[in-house]
Write a protein that binds this ligand. Structure first.
Ligand SMILES: O=C(O)C(=O)C[C@]1(C(=O)O)C=C[C@@H](O)C=C1
Length: 663
């Protein structure tokens, strides 16, 4: 083997390359602003998702030639594009509101430097290239007063968090203020355990934190019961306490960025229960702003409907009639009037649009009170995704004709088309299945080796290698089968899930018996009720009450009617996020192997709006897999489940089958 070049030398090269990358990114930002200027003149929308798709597809191909995998290239460019879109929005918004163009903004926020509110406010100012004068406050009321009295230009109020939900006190404060909402901003809340430099987890006795991070990290804290919790009024106060503590026994929960302001270091990171933990802040000011029509806008309003039955429904129907999409609805009690509620609505529309103006007029006629809190640019940039076919192969438009109504069934069952004509589309994170979206799901039986050395890093690394392969093969979700046999499932399942999420794969946990439910519901993104459980009414009803999507596998002895009856038990309990899975039934063909019941597939596609995926792996030998997939696809199944043994290298065949599915 050739001797490697000296480490220092290689590091210098990497440093140089990183500098070049930064210069290129800065230049790209400059060009993106140039595009915004053209769009200002031509009055074109900022977002052009067609252009983004073309750009991503080209980059994926170019990246592949350079040995960079698609997953890496896409996630990198999704954040570059997000930055580009938000900068263009900030630019155009500033141009439409010249009075807001200042050198400095004085911003009132909760806590002190280093709190999440402080980080959100600094991000907001950076994007507008404005210097920030910060005014830390002790309460939401104080923030509002600071802006109302003119001491601050803007106030930052946290309105919701993806793990702990809406922040009710902020909604209450908004009922009484004369301020307008002029912006929103979302930040990634990445909780770390912060200690004095050099301190170790084993030394920590007390953890200081604001109640919100404590609730968002409840799982981590329950695993470290010896830690004593001290509640603080903000994350900044918590960090200050640790900074002032005489020894290494104190830690705070906060961001690494904020901790650095208090000379604290991260002892552990990724403490939040949810992988995606974001907080959305609203920005309030004394004067409302105009949102140029090229920008996606949101209008927030509060209203009190009449007390008669159906008053809220009537108000919502007004929105529907004017094609106004409501992205959020909250209710809060009206102080002094028990049993009466004030409703907060976020509507994806510009206040100056015709639909919104008409809708508001009509709402005024049927509500007791209505007030627009503000119209502002929507800062949620939904990442553009490439379809799997774009990721893997050239798109092919020669799709077979839909097999339509073979046996139109007018039954009013919830699974039927008579009940819901439109095909159901099930969403879970980046995964969508049904209504034309095809899914490829791998079913992984956790191997003996993993069971035996579950804590060993080697077993997890082997798992990660396989997961990477599955992602590259085109799978979108992985069913973990056999989790319950793991000796310390509680410890290992979160790690397996984390690995899957790292590759944007959903974690689906198979339910073999009723006792598997608690563990699975805690850790899975979706559940897979195995065929064995299809007749277990109690379990089906329980699954029907869960808020997460489910797969229901057909029992290999179940008739079409029994399969559908099982879906009805689930749907009647409320959970409408149901995907069917048929893995074959027993017939006289072969006593040991099930047979794929393609006649039922035709019936289900004709009669039901629910998506259905097929697992052909039990029914046939491997040689026929590709052929079967062609058949399944022709019959309009919504996807495929493929069994994948972790220790066996069947990945090449899987790749062929998945490509066939998307062809
Ligand atoms: O090409 C454009 O129209 C741009 O605004 C640039 C850009 C990009 O950053 O690449 C940003 C936003 C659009 O949605 C598409 C692409």
């Amino acid at each position: 083997m050739q001797k490697p070049q000296p480490l220092n030398h290689t590091r210098e090269q990497i440093t140089q390359l990183d500098n070049d990358l930064l210069s290129l990114l800065a230049e790209r930002r400059r060009l993106s602003l140039e595009v915004a200027r053209s769009k200002e003149v031509d009055v074109r929308p900022i977002r052009d998702t067609q252009r983004e798709k073309e750009l991503l597809a080209r980059l994926v191909t170019a990246g592949r030639e350079k040995g960079l995998d698609a997953h890496y290239v896409i996630s990198l460019y999704q954040s570059i594009i997000e930055d580009s879109v938000l900068n263009q929005q900030a630019y155009l918004h500033g141009r439409a509101n010249p009075e807001t163009q200042k050198q400095q903004y004085c911003i009132a926020y909760l806590g002190a430097r280093g709190s999440y509110s402080y980080l959100a406010a600094s991000r907001y100012c950076q994007r507008r290239q404005v210097e920030m004068l910060d005014l830390g406050c002790q309460s939401f009321d104080e923030i509002v007063q600071a802006v109302e009295s003119g001491h601050a230009d803007y106030g930052f109020l946290p309105i919701e968090n993806t793990s702990s939900g809406s922040i009710n006190e902020v909604y209450d404060v908004l009922q009484h203020t004369s301020l307008s909402i002029v912006g929103e901003t979302t930040i990634e809340v990445s909780h770390c355990l912060l200690g004095k430099p050099g301190s170790k987890l084993s030394e920590i006795k007390t953890v200081y934190a604001h109640p919100q991070p404590i609730s968002q990290c409840s799982r981590y804290l329950s695993q470290h019961k010896a830690l004593r919790l001290e509640y603080c009024s903000s994350s900044a106060e918590a960090m200050e306490k640790v900074n002032q503590s005489p020894d290494n026994s104190a830690a705070a929960i906060g961001s690494a960025e904020g901790g650095a302001l208090y000379q604290l270091e991260s002892i552990e990171s990724g403490l939040a229960n949810q992988k995606i933990n974001q907080s959305r802040f609203i920005v309030v000011a004394r004067k409302a702003v105009a949102v140029p029509e090229q920008l996606p806008a949101k209008t927030t309003l509060i209203m009190a409907t009449g007390q008669k039955a159906g008053a809220l429904v009537e108000a919502l129907l007004v929105l529907k009639a004017h094609q106004l999409n409501m992205s959020k609805l909250e209710s809060r009690p009206i102080p002094g009037t028990p049993w009466e509620e004030m409703f907060y609505l976020d509507i994806d529309a510009n206040i100056s649009s015709e639909e919104m103006q008409q809708g508001l007029k009509q709402l005024e006629r049927i509500t007791r009170f209505i007030k627009v809190l503000g119209c502002y640019p929507c800062e949620t940039v939904k990442p553009t995704q490439l379809s799997n076919s774009q990721l893997l192969i050239e798109p092919n438009t020669s799709k077979a004709e839909v097999i339509s109504a073979v046996n139109p069934d007018p039954s009013p069952y919830r699974f039927s088309k008579a009940y819901k004509a439109q095909a159901s589309e099930i969403h879970c994170g980046p995964f969508t299945i049904g209504a034309g979206h095809i899914g490829a799901i791998a079913k992984v039986t956790l191997s003996k080796s993993l069971l035996q050395q579950e804590s060993s890093q080697a077993a997890l690394s082997a798992f990660e290698r396989r997961v990477k392969q599955l992602k590259e093969t085109g799978f979108q979700a992985v069913i973990l089968d056999g989790c319950q046999q793991l000796a310390s499932a509680e410890a290992i399942i979160p790690k397996l899930r984390q690995t899957l999420h790292q590759y944007d794969l959903l974690c689906v946990i198979a339910i073999e018996q009723a006792t598997d439910m608690p563990l699975a519901t805690e850790h899975a993104d979706m559940l897979f009720l195995t065929g064995k459980q299809m007749f277990n009414q109690t379990l089906l009803a329980q699954a029907g009450t869960l808020p997460i999507p489910l797969f229901l596998e057909r029992n290999d002895m179940a008739s079409y009617e029994e399969f559908m009856a099982a879906t009805e038990t689930i749907l009647s309990q409320g959970n409408q996020q149901l995907i069917l899975c048929d893995s074959g039934i027993r017939t006289y063909n072969n006593a040991n192997l099930p047979t794929l019941d393609l006649a039922s597939l035709i019936l289900i596609k004709a009669n039901s709006h629910l998506p259905i995926v097929i697992n052909p792996c039990y029914a046939i030998n491997e040689d026929a897999l590709v052929l079967q997939t062609q058949g399944i696809k022709q019959l309009k199944a919504d996807g495929i489940v493929l069994n994948y043994a972790l220790e066996e290298d069947t990945i090449a065949l899987m790749g062929e089958v998945v490509r066939e599915l998307y062809r």
